[in-house]
Write a protein that binds this ligand. Structure first.
Ligand code: FAQ
Length: 330
């Protein structure tokens, strides 16, 4: 959208030590890297991968909640849910635009998603069978997203960092509306509270998996931390999320589905934190590799939307071409 002319701008042969050192110096000085700046090819490709995956996650993430728009139990809840799902669509669009500043096209990113080459967050491959899931997604999934994305507001790549500021403000609102929904269910009938507990039981572990593999298995973290794309490791952010969320569950009378969860006063340099049980990494990788409960449905829905929208894209391009011809003629 902004900078298609930049495609292929990096010349790997010119990436000598002096170039890499000068780039690192800018990063260490907390300068923002902007689209036209020289950057190592691996910095560019890391960002394209990460921002592209993030954009796909926002768009695919509309599907589990969108499932409940027509069945929201009140007008107030329906309005909030409609607005939230629409916000997620907006986040996807800012993020596709941010990735486009690195010289990749939205068509290319979408094709990579549909072919299975590009990933999206594992969390959106779980189903939403009950209304409580809508609250739990806001509370836990948006809560985890904020924990991960607030540090991305300080990402070294300018367009991504700036996009994250508005995204985080909106995600923060989503988290509150989700928590309020779950809180109301917990203050309701026995059945409503049981529905909230059941939903927490199903979403807790997948929410912890959102932060990615443990630091020992994270291939990209070292370089992303060095280049200040990521500011915290996957395990650091996961721990912060657990420490923030456990008291929220306690406050509304829900229990975490983890028998090994316990307060450890020595954790976090003596500030205290929760020890928690082992994550099922086999489940994580199964879902990431396309074998989760909803992977096939999600991609099918995205493919249908992409195919159904082809005529809109063609019409927009034809209109732009016509306008350009008219401007040139004038
Ligand atoms: N799911 O080396 P690392 C949201 C992959 S937005 C699937 O640790 P990295 C808003 C990873 O890509 C949620 N795949 O990777 C919302 C890599 O594979 P690759 C999305 C995952 O990049 C709320 C491999 O594993 N947020 O929720 C996952 O350093 C409610 C090795 O991993 C973002 O995208 C996963 N969970 O760290 C919308 C934030 N984790 O590419 C609707 C930006 C890892 O080599 C409703 N992204 N993998 O084939 C990030 O912060 C990072 O990319 C991480 C992964 C932390 C996700």
């Amino acid at each position: 959208m902004y900078s298609q002319g930049l495609i292929g701008a990096d010349d790997k042969t010119a990436e000598d030590q002096a170039f890499l050192d000068a780039f690192q110096k800018r990063i260490d000085a907390e300068e923002k890297i902007e689209p036209n700046d020289p950057m190592p090819a691996a910095y560019r490709s890391t960002l394209i991968r990460m921002i592209g995956q993030h954009a796909h996650s926002e768009i695919v993430g509309m599907l589990p909640e969108g499932n409940w728009i027509t069945r929201a139990p009140s007008l107030r809840r329906k309005v909030a849910l409609l607005a939230k799902v629409q916000d997620e669509g907006g986040h996807g669009l800012y993020l596709y635009s941010a990735a486009e500043t690195l010289g990749v096209s939205r068509e290319q990113m979408t094709e990579e998603l549909l072919s299975g080459k590009a990933k999206y967050s594992s969390i959106f491959n779980y189903p939403t069978p009950t209304w409580a899931d809508i609250g739990t997604i806001g509370w836990l999934v948006d809560g985890a997203a904020i924990m991960n994305q607030v540090p991305l507001c300080r990402c070294s790549y300018g367009p991504y960092a700036r996009a994250m500021i508005r995204v985080c403000k909106e995600e923060s609102f989503h988290q509150r509306q989700g928590y309020e929904l779950v809180q109301n269910l917990c203050a309701g009938t026995t059945e409503q509270k049981a529905m909230a507990q059941d939903s927490l039981n199903r979403w807790w572990w997948p929410s912890l998996m959102m932060f990615g593999p443990s630091d020992t298995d994270s291939q990209h973290s070292d370089l992303s931390m060095k280049w200040k794309i990521k500011r915290f490791t996957n395990d650091e952010l996961r721990q912060k999320f657990v420490d923030a969320t456990v008291p929220q569950a306690k406050l509304i009378g829900l229990s975490m589905p983890d028998a090994d969860l316990k307060w450890n006063a020595d954790k976090n340099n003596g500030q205290g934190g929760y020890d928690f049980g082992a994550i099922d990494w086999d489940e994580f990788w199964r879902v990431v590799k396309g074998h989760g409960m909803m992977n096939k449905d999600r991609i099918k829905a995205r493919k249908k939307a992409w195919d159904d929208g082809a005529w809109v894209r063609e019409a927009a391009q034809a209109y732009a071409k016509k306008q350009n011809t008219q401007v040139a003629a004038a």
